[in-house]
Every structure is written in C-alpha cells, then in structure tokens.
Design a protein around this ligand. Structure first.
Ligand code: SAM
Ligand code: DTB
Ligand code: SF4
Length: 325
C-alpha cells in the first residue's frame, strides 16, 4: 500500500486539472464500473438540539437557525422511511442523530432495533451518531450494521477553529473503535470552512494515516446556514470541488466517494464532471438530514440521461473486473 506524504498528495493536488481528472477517471474505471453509482438515503432519526458547537451545523443548540427539533423517531417510522428509500432506488440507509456521543440507554437500544429492521429489508445500514466506544460499535455490528460515518471534516490544525467542544483525536479514537468492531469506515470532510489548500491536503493525509483507510469518503461542500458562524462563507467553486474529488480518487483508488452536502447547488453538467473525476456515490431524497438535496425526480432524470445504474447492496469494490487498455 502506498505510504502517502504531504508532498506526494500535494503534487497530485496541484497538477493541471485536466490531467488530474484524466488520471483519476483512469484509476476509477480500473476498480469500478463507472456507470454504477451507489445510492444512499439519509434519515435524521434525532434532529437538532446538539450540545456541540460545530460552526457549520444547523443542528447545534448554540445557534439560532430556526430548525425544528425532533426527538428520536419511532422504530416504525424509520422502517417506513427505509421501505420508501428502497422504492427510490437506494441500497443503503444512513441513520443520523444530532448527538455528541452515543449513551448506553433506551434510545441507543431503539437505534439498534432500527438497524436490525433495515438489515432485514436487504439494505446496507450506516449510522452517524457521534462519538462511540468500542463496545457500542460492537453492539451495532452484532445488530447487522454495515458502516459507521464519522467525519474528520478538515485538517488537524484547522479543526480547532471550527469545533471547540471536541478534538480531532477524539474523532480518530472513535474511528479506531469502529474498525476494531469490523465495521466499514465512512469518513470524509467539508470544503468551504475557510481552510487553505494545505489544509485540504493535510486532511487527505490524515485520512490515509487512519488505522485503516475509509471504505467510503463523503465530500461535502459547506451548505451555509443562516444563524451559524459560517453563514457568510464564500461558496466553493466547481473547480475546487473537482480537484478535491480527483485527488481523493487517486489517494483512495478503491473507496466509494460520495458527493454529499452541496450537491443541490450543482447543475447536471457539474455533477457529471464530478462523476468523471471519480465520485461514485450520492444521497437521494429531497433532504439530507435537515438541508436540501436535489429532488428524487431530478436524480432519476440524471440517471436516465447518463445511463447510470444503482449499485446493488453489499457488492464490494473490485466486483467489476479492470477494463483492458
Ligand atoms: N452528530 C454526528 C456527528 O457529528 O458525527 C452525526 C451527524 S453530523 C450532521 C454529520 C456530518 O454532516 C458532519 O460531520 C459534517 O461533515 C456534515 N455537515 C453538517 N452540517 C453541514 C453543513 N452545513 N454543510 C456541509 N456538511 C455538513
Ligand atoms: C456526510 O458527510 N454528509 C451527510 C452525512 N455524512 C451525514 C450529511 C451532510 C449534511 C448534514 C447537514 C444537515 O442535513 O443537517
Ligand atoms: Fe452535533 Fe454532529 Fe452537528 Fe456537530 S455536526 S453540531 S456533533 S449534529
């Protein structure tokens, strides 16, 4: 396995955009069928009122974002949402909670039941519930959880400018618990937090230095929400996004790269370029957790225009033989 360094990632990141994208596309089709996209659906099982101060997040209790809070959903409601997601073409359901950390209580017991239900529908389940101990990760695994999402978000040095209520190392520790429980690791970041290009490269380096590289990497662009400290950030250009996706594809050739927050703001042509740069996963549904996402009809039209198909659940990378050149 390649030992990435700051300089080797930086050299890729700073290549001219077309040769960077060309190489990323080449690597992408070596490991994946480029016409196949993973379709995920998010359910916000507990919304708002989070004690953390993540400067980007509409769900933090510290900011006045006008968000409607919602207590933990019932098992039945979540099962219904998963059935609807399957009908929309999703193969994975991701349950998100506005928690700092998981507590060993009745609420966690209910999430465990939700995981079992989704697994029994023949879909992959992912959870993003905040910090987690090893025994909690183990319980999720036993219930049939496929992956756990826990983002590093940005470089170690920029992290403390964005979040003060926990440290980068706390996140790395949870990711280690996830890996030890034999769950797939889903770990990504956000562009547009006022970070430098060096921060973006250091973020990718940190991802490559995790105990095990993530199987999936969400690339979010900041969705600036009124009331949060980052409400007035400049939006990320398509060129920066393409450069980041293509570099991520080259550093992590076999990972699923998910175009996440901010996709709503991209045209079909821009999204097509993102797929060419190596992205191969999206969220479907008109909302992510609380913020907007393209309408499912628009995504279905995009799939039709591009002749894309939805990746089956539990199909690992490499199920597609490398294309001869
Ligand atoms: N509370 C849990 C946690 O922080 O791990 C799970 C939910 S949290 C909303 C999941 C991820 O959503 C964050 O790590 C961040 O990367 C992303 N996110 C949150 N708000 C965002 C925004 N306004 N724009 C882009 N990404 C955002
Ligand atoms: C991730 O990296 N992006 C998704 C998922 N993981 C949980 C969520 C992004 C949007 C979160 C903001 C919201 O919808 O409230
Ligand atoms: Fe809470 Fe997660 Fe939002 Fe941070 S990103 S405020 S931990 S819900």
């Amino acid at each position: 396995m390649t030992q990435w360094t700051f300089d080797s990632i930086s050299a890729l990141y700073h290549r001219d955009l077309l040769s960077l994208m060309f190489e990323a596309a080449h690597v992408h089709q070596k490991y994946f069928n480029p016409g196949e996209i993973q379709v995920n659906h998010l359910v916000s099982v507990k919304t708002g009122g989070c004690p953390e101060d993540c400067h980007y997040c509409p769900q933090s209790a510290r900011y006045n974002t006008g968000l409607k809070k919602h207590a933990l959903m019932s098992r039945e409601e979540v099962r219904d949402r998963a059935v609807q997601a399957k009908a929309m073409g999703a193969s994975r359901v991701c349950l998100g909670a506005a928690w700092r950390e998981v507590k060993d209580n009745e609420q966690f017991d209910r999430v465990i039941e939700m995981v079992r239900d989704i697994k029994s529908l023949g879909m992959e389940t992912c959870c993003t519930l905040g910090l987690l101990t090893e025994s909690q990760a183990q319980r999720l695994k036993e219930a049939g959880l496929h992956a756990y999402n826990h983002n590093l978000d940005t470089s170690p040095s920029h992290y403390s400018k964005i979040i003060s209520t926990r440290q980068f190392e706390d996140r790395v520790r949870t990711l280690s618990h996830v890996k030890k429980a034999n769950l797939q690791v889903c770990c990504g970041g956000i562009l547009g937090l006022g970070e430098t290009e060096e921060d973006r490269i250091r973020f990718l380096l940190a991802l490559s230095q995790l105990e095990a590289p993530p199987e999936s990497i969400p690339i979010n662009t900041l969705y600036a929400v009124e009331g949060t400290p980052l409400a007035d950030q400049e939006p990320i250009s398509i060129w920066e996004l393409l450069r980041m996706i293509a570099t991520t594809r080259l550093v992590f050739p076999t990972a699923m790269i998910r175009m996440s927050a901010g996709r709503e703001k991209r045209t079909l042509e821009e999204q097509t370029l993102c797929f060419l740069a190596g992205a191969n996963s999206i969220f479907i549904g008109e909302k992510l957790l609380t913020i907007g996402n393209p309408l499912p009809e628009e995504d279905h039209r995009m799939f039709a225009h591009l002749g894309l198909t939805s990746k089956a659940p539990f199909a690992s990378c490499g199920s597609h033989a490398a294309t001869p050149h």
